[in-house]
Design a protein around this ligand. Structure first.
Ligand code: GUN
Ligand code: ZN
Length: 441
């Protein structure tokens, strides 16, 4: 046959199940020391041992165009389940906790996104920065402005990234130039769903910012919209900071808890993603488990804003879906490796642990599952979308020395997640096409 398929040769690692839900010696990952990933029309055609696959393709008379990344590690692209593209330029702003940080830094910056040129510029930078960090899918807050959604979806689509985003709904307790109304936010969100949801790799998320910046009417309409469409997403924040939790109690005196406000308006369920989830009680967690509502674990943000420590073990035991998230710009890094590093430390402070296998599962297949996308992305099962990254584990002088003293894959992965950053991302592919190369050819 004259048809040429593209293939990539390197060590390959991907996950097939949640390590936390497996027995001690169960196989929840596949690793090929000398592996080959074969792509056809932007999808995975094969993943396995290089020598075996090369021989079988040759026997079948199929030629392969092989890119040799020997010595590097191929993994599925990282999935960031909660981040804010309009906060790119306020990342690393000094001195405050959540509510002051929003008023001092975040709201003034978001107000500037009324300007479509600015929104386009930041959206393009943001998508490039995700790719530079090996992130190929993200769930993203825009701003209150309709334009801000067009900017991020156009930027993601031109790079063939899988991206979920929504216009912020916010009609009180924020500057006037950042407020919509309940009715306008409903109508604009509805129009944006019809314009963007399901176009190529894009999905829409209904996005009430958090309970304090929405009237009851706005939350009610958000719930109505969530019920109207079978497969749209919903994203918000919950129980991040103790002052925020107390404020919600004042604003919604009838509520049993912060989560109960969202529950009351029908805002829980599959495809609903809540960032932070720190100050929840047993009943809240049970509701999330029963409704399969997902938590986004945002460790760099939770430490930077002094918010608190996420409880991963309870979520795992109760079967609540957990995604990994950067929460830029409350979070301090676009890097999922840095995010795993800080996740490990948060859990250490909480007398819990995060094994390297669990960590890389969470950043790939686990996050895909939390977004109900595991049939499309998250590992190298045949037929899935070919989003993958090439990692250089020895990208810095220190990491080269450290890796020389590792004895197995587990030790290598742990050193990678603790010491790693954008410098370890050698290349990023979406739908089988190169979107970033650290060393330009
Ligand atoms: N709660 C409401 N809005 C935000 C935000 O932009 N960032 C974070 N970290 N928490 C929020
Ligand atoms: Zn956030």
């Amino acid at each position: 046959s004259a048809s040429v398929l593209r293939a990539y040769r390197a060590s390959i690692l991907h996950f097939t199940a949640n390590p936390a839900q497996q027995g001690d010696d169960a196989q929840y990952y596949e690793y090929f020391g000398d592996g080959l990933l074969v792509i056809k029309s932007g999808h995975i055609r094969d993943c396995g041992d290089a020598k075996e696959l090369l021989a079988s393709y040759q026997a079948a008379g199929l030629s392969l165009d092989v890119t040799d990344y020997s010595g590097k590690l191929i993994m599925p692209g990282f999935i960031d389940t909660h981040t804010h593209y309009p906060q790119t330029d306020v990342i690393g702003s000094y001195g405050t906790q959540l509510l002051d940080w929003l008023n001092t830094y975040t709201f003034p910056m978001e107000a500037r996104f009324a300007d479509l040129d600015l929104a386009n510029d930041v959206a393009n930078f943001f998508c490039d920065e995700l790719l530079r960090n090996g992130t190929t899918t993200a769930m993203v807050f825009a701003t209150v402005h309709e334009n801000s959604i067009d900017a991020i979806f156009n930027a993601a689509n031109s790079r063939d990234m899988r991206l979920i985003a929504g216009k912020v709904m916010m009609d009180r307790n924020a500057p006037e130039n950042l407020c919509d109304t309940a009715q306008i936010s409903y109508q604009q969100s509805r129009d944006l769903i019809q314009k963007w949801h399901g176009k190529d790799r894009l999905s829409y998320a209904i996005t009430p910012r958090f309970a304090p910046t929405s009237t009851e009417k706005q939350l009610e309409l958000a719930g109505q919209l969530f019920a109207e469409f079978d497969d749209v997403y919903l994203q918000s924040h919950v129980a991040e900071n103790t002052d925020e939790v107390a404020w919600v109690k004042e604003l919604f005196p009838w509520s049993r808890s912060y989560l109960d406000v969202y529950d009351h308006y029908g805002l829980l369920g599959k495809r609903a993603m809540y960032a932070h989830c720190i100050y929840l009680d047993e009943q809240d967690r049970q509701r999330m488990a029963d409704t399969q509502t997902a938590m986004a674990f945002c460790p760099t943000s939770n430490l930077f804003l002094g918010s608190g420590l996420f409880d991963m073990n309870t979520a795992q035991v109760m079967g609540i879906p957990v995604g990994m998230a950067t929460d830029v710009g409350g979070g301090t890094s676009f890097s999922m490796l840095q995010t795993l590093n800080e996740a490990y430390k948060v859990l250490q402070m909480n007398e819990q642990s995060l094994s390297p296998f669990q960590a890389f599962y969470q950043a790939t297949l686990g996050s895909a599952q939390s977004l109900q996308l595991e049939h499309k992305i998250g590992n190298f099962e045949v037929g899935k979308e070919a989003d993958f990254i090439v990692l250089d584990l020895t990208a810095t002088p220190l990491m080269e020395r450290r890796m020389a003293h590792t004895h197995n894959l587990k030790e290598q992965l742990f050193a990678l997640m603790i010491l790693g950053s954008d410098r370890n991302i050698q290349a990023t592919y979406t739908m089988g096409e190169s979107r970033y190369q650290k060393h330009a050819a």
